[in-house]
Write a protein of this length. Structure first.
Length: 366
């Protein structure tokens, strides 16, 4: 089943509803900049969610919520590597946690990681059919429940952001920071311990670990109870970026295991690709173009094998970001080829009647 698209057109709530309705079995891969999540489904139910963000790993979730210490996690991870088993099974084998605790906390970790997708307004996704990796301690989550909870998260975050307007907000321990430990959850105690003497929410989240919204919600509660104090709330002016993540481009063009890309990301100016000329390998039909939004249709119609991306891209930051996403999707589908010059220039530079020259002529005539 070929299913590829953009979150700006088909958001996370629609994706989960699609998976539920179609009762899909496979892996949904969602990417935004350098972040990636892989959600495993069986007959429309969620089995797993793997994030490449370390703070969202299951082990970090256990540490953040007080189920494990750092040393215990280290020993469990070493056991995972030596026995080639998942973390949950390693924790049970070592006697660190019982099966019931592993299943409950694993379900919570997966739920939070999936629901975090509701805040992704931009990004790419594609679906890979096939059974996800099985585990003896695998959980099975109802997609409908996560849909409802994800919607509630959005409403709650809108309320919180009226006070904590950005992650640049600086906090510190408040007048009630000496509350008895019994009145704070392990997660709240971890947040409080990382807040001294003062720190931005962004840095505090990095210290604490876990999915962002539960962290933000806990900070809001702690400020309301006087356990944390709001030091300052700087206003942020968004800065337009003229950079594109090369690693995202490569990963978006390759399915898992087709190519190995190093963990170090490469950032290069957008101008580096603006001189390239897109040409259709398979142009969308009239019905496909009619179904596309007007701005997207204008961009797709402008691809003629002569015009550079610099001339095609819109001047506005938001519209240009949408166009880059659209370009990546068409590249992923192998519908577009990027050339260093126009089709006419490429044809002139090729000598004789080579195979490549015949391909260029065919592209010109299509």
């Amino acid at each position: 089943m070929e299913f590829t698209g953009r979150l700006s057109v088909f958001p996370a709530s629609n994706l989960l509803q699609w998976a539920l309705t179609e009762r899909v079995t496979g892996t949904l891969v969602v990417r935004r900049s350098q972040r990636e999540k892989r959600i495993g489904f069986r007959a429309g139910k969620i089995l797993d969610c793997r994030s490449n963000l370390v703070t969202e790993h299951f082990g970090q979730h256990l540490v953040a919520h007080g189920f494990l210490g750092g040393d215990e996690l280290g020993r469990a991870l070493a056991h995972c590597r030596s026995k080639r088993i998942p973390l949950g099974e390693a924790l049970c084998a070592l006697g660190t946690l019982d099966e019931s605790t592993v299943r409950v906390t694993l379900a919570q970790s997966i739920e939070e990681s999936v629901q975090d997708l509701f805040f992704w307004k931009q990004g790419l996704f594609y679906f890979q059919e096939g059974s996800p990796p099985a585990s003896r301690l695998q959980v099975e989550l109802e997609t409908t429940e996560l849909l409802l909870e994800g919607t509630q998260w959005i409403d709650e975050q809108a309320r919180i952001r009226r006070v904590l307007t950005s992650d640049s907000v600086v906090v510190r321990p408040g007048p009630n920071a000496a509350l008895d430990d019994g009145q704070l959850s392990p997660f709240e105690r971890r947040i409080l311990s990382g807040a001294a003497p003062e720190i931005s929410l962004a840095d505090l989240h990095t210290r604490t670990g876990g999915v962002h919204f539960p962290f933000l919600s806990a900070c809001s509660r702690l400020i309301g109870r006087g356990v944390l104090d709001l030091v300052r709330n700087p206003s942020e002016s968004p800065v337009a970026s003229r950079e594109i993540d090369l690693r995202e481009l490569l990963l978006s063009l390759q399915a898992e295991d087709e190519v190995v890309v190093g963990s170090a990301s490469a950032i290069f100016p957008l101008e580096a690709i603006e001189s390239l000329v897109p040409v259709w390998i398979r142009k969308p039909g009239a019905k496909e173009l009619e179904a596309a939004p007007l701005r997207e249709r204008a961009f797709l119609d402008g691809i003629d094998g002569r015009m550079t991306l610099r001339r095609l891209f819109a001047p506005g930051t938001e519209e240009r970001a949408d166009q880059i996403e659209l370009l990546l999707v068409e590249l992923k589908k192998r519908n577009i080829l990027l050339l260093p010059a126009s089709l006419e220039d490429v044809e002139r530079r090729l000598e004789g009647d080579s195979t490549l020259k015949r391909i260029v002529r065919k592209l010109k005539s299509s």
